[in-house]
Design a protein around this ligand. Sequence first.
Ligand code: ADP
Ligand code: ASP
Ligand code: MG
Length: 410
Amino acid sequence: MALIVQKYGGTSVGDLDRIARVAQRVGRAKSDGNSLIVVVSAMSGETDKLIEMAHKLNDFPPDREMDLLMSSGERVTAALLAIALTDLGIPAISFTGRQIGLTTDSVHMKARIRRITGERLREAVAEGKVAVVAGFQGMDETSGSVTTLGRGGTDTSAVAIAVAMKADLCEIYTDVDGVYTTDPRIVPNARRLDNVSFEEMLEMASLGAKVLQTRSVEFGMKYNMPIHVKSTFTEGKGTLVSKESSEMEEVVVSAVTYDRNQAKITVTGVPDRPGIAARIFSVIADHEINVDMIIQNVSEGRSTDISFTAPKTEMNRAVNALQPLIKELDADHIATDEDIAKISVIGVGMRSHSGVAAKTFSSLADAGINIMMISTSEIKISCVIEAQEVDRAIRILHDAFSLALPPDQR
Ligand code: ADP
Ligand code: ASP
Ligand code: MG
């Protein structure tokens, strides 16, 4: 008998009919003789609705209260799914994050999981019940407050629970039937990948492919828990995210991603002397703002501009944090740009092949797309471009690296 952890995302549990259908799918896996832990997201749109409500009452709602508020979406679905399962005669019990002993650090709205004791999960499974867990949430191990794991965090709940419970299988059910060479909603001829290495998936997730939250892939990689991404609505092989194999190196570029959630912040006219960048980024770090790309313009004389990207949701906080520095450093001002996006080309094969950067830049240049920032690592090349060019850029790069299915296989 296998222990399976299944995760169902927002669209998969988007209305009562869908919850009833998920209950049937869970029932089938159970009647095949497996033990099941099912981790659920809030019904689609629910988390956004809760956030919107908070912002109607307060421009800067306290993070602690936001976490309690947002965690309620997942609780609703968990209870409803347990109710639907019971209706089918399948014994089920729902739990919040706290009830399964999922503790985190104290960083509200993007907490990191510290431990999962899982006692009540073990009890439920031993009693033959389906354990339904509200994803995305935990409990601050020091204050006891509810925390959430960042947008898309139910993926991380699921993989972490699979690791903690030593599950045989971790399945992520979503509204696409696997991980694709790029977002299939933008490029209809994108190709489903049978296998992806943890490392590539980690890059893809952190560079915008929202099909898996980055931290869920980190967990899978750290504890070697393979992750199966499958469709809730259709049968099929899906994609297996697992350890790198030698064949994977043969593919130079395996995916193209985009991220529209970044903003560019520029501190202009900063004096060109040692210690300035350190000062700017230590202030940013003190405010726990995740910086992604950084560029410093070539200095012509005594001053320079420093630009960086950070999540749009953190832009105002970053600007407020930096404001006092303008005077202290004798800089000019702070400029922001929200109409940007980052596109990236990813592949473990880049380690052993050259020319990917040249091809990326020339393909974009031929299409008249301006690149504002560039960053590279061993297995990826990222460019910041204007937000309105994203769809076109993705299609161009997807074609340039021949990622589409050959016409005869579509
Ligand atoms: P869930 O609600 O199930 O967690 P998400 O909306 O978070 O689902 O993630 C699934 C979505 O990710 C898909 O609908 C698709 O538009 C998007 N996506 C972006 N890049 C990719 C990719 N490379 N492969 C598959 N899906 C992708
Ligand atoms: N409901 C949360 C979100 O929308 C978590 C998740 O769906 O994974 O981000
Ligand atoms: Mg998701």
